[in-house]
Design a protein around this ligand. Sequence first.
Ligand SMILES: Cc1cc2nc3c(=O)[nH]c(=O)nc-3n(C[C@H](O)[C@H](O)[C@H](O)COP(=O)(O)OP(=O)(O)OC[C@H]3O[C@@H](n4cnc5c(N)ncnc54)[C@H](O)[C@@H]3O)c2cc1C
Length: 387
Amino acid sequence: MAEKAFKYVILGGGVAAGYAAREFANQGVNPGELAIISKESVAPYERPALSKAYLFPKGTARLPGFHVCVGSGGEKLLPEWYTEKGISLIPNTEVVKADLASKTLVSAAGETFKYQILIIATGSTVIRLSDFGVQGADAKNIFYLREIVDADKLVEAIKAKKNGKALVVGGGYIGLELSAALKMNNIDVSMVYPEPWCMPRLFTANLASFYEGYYANKGIKIIKGTVATGFGTNEDMEVMDVKLKDGRVMEADIVVVGVGGRPLTKLFKGQVEEEKGGIKAIFASEQGSSIDEYNYLPYFYSRAFDLSWQFYGDNVGETVFFGDGSPTSTTHKFGSYWIKEGKVVGAFLEGGTPEENKAIAKVARVQPPAQSLDQLATEGLTFACKI
Ligand SMILES: Cc1cc2nc3c(=O)[nH]c(=O)nc-3n(C[C@H](O)[C@H](O)[C@H](O)COP(=O)(O)OP(=O)(O)OC[C@H]3O[C@@H](n4cnc5c(N)ncnc54)[C@H](O)[C@@H]3O)c2cc1C
């Protein structure tokens, strides 16, 4: 098979690839120099839409509506944009071998791609219950969500199991957003997770208490402190029920599993330095110089029902809760600061206006000193708006 060669190759066609392509274009990449090789069949899109408007019964998002970079308020890069810029978008192509020494990639179909500079943007893959040998975990109607093809299968199941029952395994991002989306589709939703509260890696007990109360008021049943240990099926191998470790058995027509992901680094094992399961360093500078400082402010956001939160910075140290965290309040405006060594290093806000969200982002970037935790709690959002 013919070999293709490019100056730059981005491996992976997700969010990072799309935003990088825009930056390449801004920097004046020449036609023919850049290729994006992607397992997916479509141009890069805003992946977070898959667990939100893609599943909504009304105001449903569909491509080409959410190609990057609309998520950050930027230009929507349609497939034609790549053609106009002379960027080769190579879809439906899974790379199965990467040899960094000879700068060669090989696809599942046997095509060879040579590059001078490679950008690894393979993202993550979901952790599957079958990885842990959970009995019946391969049954039909057990869903994971990472790519648009996964979302399409879930959309079909929601249609097929109208007014049915869903069990959502996992109380993180995916669990919370998908429970909301399923409920909006009139599905009877239960969630199960082992931790004492939802999103434990980010939420404090106070924050989680609001979301759990709010979800309960929407009719979502929350079962904590246990895990799914097996699935029962009918004669068509469709899931019918979920066995929990505490002995309960939950009926379910649809199961959605959101128990985490892991970086897709397999192709590069032994060829790059790794840390905490991810690839450690970004090398690559044509001039031979490295970037002095990588200015990165951690940022997460989520939207479900009429809720919307943003978090900036680090969630380490002591915490202070502020605002009205009652699940029945009409304002839903509250948040939390994280304080380490006398400085505010992280900030979370539910229900913020664009200006207020900018203010908490600034707090996390500037890391102002905190006089006292009591003062922060009393001042709440006013503290951020003064910075
Ligand atoms: C359903 C969902 C909802 C999310 N919602 C939010 C949210 O609300 N807020 C938030 O902050 N973050 C959210 N995230 C996380 C966010 O989407 C990711 O951080 C982001 O997509 C990471 O971008 P990436 O380009 O590194 O990886 P990805 O967007 O995952 O892209 C990786 C690409 O590489 C391709 N690929 C992988 N291996 C190969 C191979 N061997 N050959 C060819 N192609 C390959 C994949 O097919 C994919 O196209 C969500 C994620 C998911 C799955």
